[in-house]
Design a protein around this ligand. Structure first.
Ligand SMILES: [Zn+2]
Ligand SMILES: [Zn+2]
Length: 173
């Protein structure tokens, strides 16, 4: 049992390949923190079912994690909970896998790292916010309004709407 790659998400399914079609196993993951390729997931936990099918091993289940991003409103650290839905067939033998599909290794191992990474990237919000009611930064002075009120006169118009407001103003004139 040797592994060239340091992935901690490699699982031996060798025993399983000899099993009757339809045989399934439930696998539980519970990592307080784990490095998955270039991502650090803290935690990575959940359960999935592996089922032997005629084409390979089908994985189904949900893992949960959190990722750390930068809040687009206040630029502080944002901790974002994410769910990773596994719904993937790992082909076996590996040469039967169509282009771009996952496969078991010839050695019967499944490395979940590429799949977990792919799902994490897909689930990562493009515009993360630290919390739904984040007040963001004052547009005048840059004060983080979650921490303190700066006393600047609040602009009644959302800056994103100001272009529209100008248009309305000019049409009223
Ligand atoms: Zn924020
Ligand atoms: Zn201010």
């Amino acid at each position: 049992m040797s592994s060239k790659r340091p992935s901690r998400l490699r699982f031996n399914f060798g025993f399983f390949l000899e099993a009757t079609l339809g045989t399934s196993r439930t696998i539980e993951l519970n990592y307080p923190t784990i490095q998955v390729e270039d991502l650090t997931l803290s935690p990575l936990a959940g359960t999935f079912t592996a089922t032997r099918t005629s084409e390979g091993v089908y994985l189904s289940g949900t893992l949960s994690s959190t990722i750390i991003g930068e809040c687009v409103r206040c630029l502080e650290k944002a901790t974002i909970p994410i769910n990773l839905k596994l719904d993937d067939l790992f082909y076996y033998p590996p040469h039967t896998a169509p282009e771009g599909e996952y496969a078991l290794g010839d050695d019967g191992f499944i490395d979940l790292a590429p799949l977990v990474r792919e799902l994490t990237v897909l689930e990562t919000p493009i515009q993360p916010i630290c919390r739904p009611d984040c007040q963001g930064l004052c547009l005048e002075c840059g004060q983080n309004l979650n921490e303190a009120d700066c006393g600047c006169e609040p602009d009644p118009i959302d800056p994103r709407m100001s272009a529209l407001q100008k248009l309305l103003d000019s049409s009223n004139n």
